[in-house]
Ligand binder design. Structure first.
Ligand SMILES: Nc1ncnc2c1ncn2[C@@H]1O[C@H](COP(=O)(O)OP(=O)(O)OP(=O)(O)O)[C@@H](O)[C@H]1O
Length: 334
């Protein structure tokens, strides 16, 4: 395989498990002697995924299905519990020194809540310059000019340099988060619900900024969102996640025109479509089960309108059902 074809990121049978985090009520009950629930949360449950250079891969699914955890695994913030993570064809856990730094800086994460991810006690120039200083990536004298360049790339003027995060609006704070990522010249961005906390009008501006940056720098994006409208707008391919697994993946146009998996079909049916007034709104039956006790077989079977006996017993693998289109459903096997 030539370097051109090597995916930027490749996951091979990646799992991420956590010890269950007790909530406040459970911690209070534990003080009274009630045993703490020590079951394991299987947040990512055997994901195979290759992300190609320059593509925008949208990752969609309901809250709690493991999207953020998968994004953090890709960005190197969570080591996989099991399976392999490759960056440009090299095993991420074997990278050392400059190669490890190239991965850690090359894959930047943009978070939903820029307020929480920006140090409230630092001015914008300090927030933006920090990684360059820590890693000795630039002579100190050159940092202010690089800060101004990054601010200009995200559409902010140099006046923002001296401000603190609380002196900036939500949309502008997200621009600062993106400028901070740009400072270390990444090639890949994991965007975890980056516009979910913003007003709709601001959302469009930030999405346009992501697309402009992609054009200028050739970035690759893993774009995590529960909003199919946003994902449809920007993605080349879309992966649908359910209880820690990818259940369908294909070109975005294919997913929206010919969704195969009953879960994807249900998600699409949930998107209110203003252009088709009077369309019936079909919510997905029931709630997403807890990853502490996932259902047997196909984990979607308790909510699936087409469930068959085999669905309760065997987990369907991802099958190739059309060129570039994979879906994990027993209906494709009967
Ligand atoms: N550090 C952690 N410790 C324990 N459990 C965790 C941890 N991080 C995530 N989880 C659990 O893993 C599961 C998947 O969470 P994750 O945040 O990845 O889902 P998500 O699809 O991104 O949801 P959301 O959209 O609500 O952020 C959840 O049950 C969550 O409680």
């Amino acid at each position: 395989m030539s370097t051109e074809e090597t995916p930027v990121i490749e996951l091979r049978n990646v799992h991420k498990r956590f010890e269950h985090r007790p909530d406040l009520a459970q911690r209070i009950l534990a003080l009274a002697g009630r045993p703490i629930d020590r079951r394991t949360v299987h947040a990512v449950n055997g994901v195979d995924l290759a992300i190609r250079r320059g593509e925008v891969l949208g990752l969609v699914g309901e809250s709690g299905c493991g999207k953020s955890t998968l994004g953090r695994v890709v960005a190197g913030l969570h080591p996989p519990t099991e399976g392999e993570l490759l960056f440009k064809g090299q095993h991420a856990d074997k990278l050392r020194g400059a190669e490890r730094l190239a991965y850690i800086l090359g894959v930047q994460m943009i978070f939903q809540d820029p307020q929480a991810s920006l140090n409230p006690r630092q001015r914008v120039r300090q927030i933006l310059g920090e990684a360059l200083k820590v890693h000795g990536l630039s002579p100190r004298a050159e940092i202010p000019a690089r800060v101004d360049r990054a601010l200009s790339e995200v559409g902010l003027d140099a006046d923002y340099r001296e401000r603190f995060p609380h002196q900036i609006s939500g949309g502008q704070r997200q621009r600062i988060g993106i400028a901070r990522a740009l400072m270390v010249s990444p090639s890949f961005m994991v965007c975890d619900e980056p516009v979910a906390a913003l007003d709709v009008s601001i959302q469009a501006q930030i999405i346009n900024l992501f697309m402009d940056l992609r054009e200028q720098h050739g970035f690759t994006y893993l774009f995590i969102s529960h909003d199919l409208g946003v994902v449809r707008h920007i993605s080349d391919r879309v992966a649908i996640m359910y209880l820690g697994k990818i259940v369908e993946i294909s070109q975005a146009s294919e997913i929206f025109a010919r969704a195969n998996h009953p879960y994807t079909q249900a998600l699409l049916a949930e998107v209110p479509d203003v252009s088709r007034r009077g369309r019936t709104f079909i919510p997905i039956k029931g709630e997403i089960p807890s990853p502490l006790a996932p259902p047997s077989g196909c984990t979607f079977h308790p909510r699936c309108p087409h469930a068959m006996p085999v669905c309760k017993e065997q987990a369907p693998p991802l099958d190739l059902i059309a060129p570039g289109h994979w879906s994990a459903c027993h209906l494709n096997r009967v």
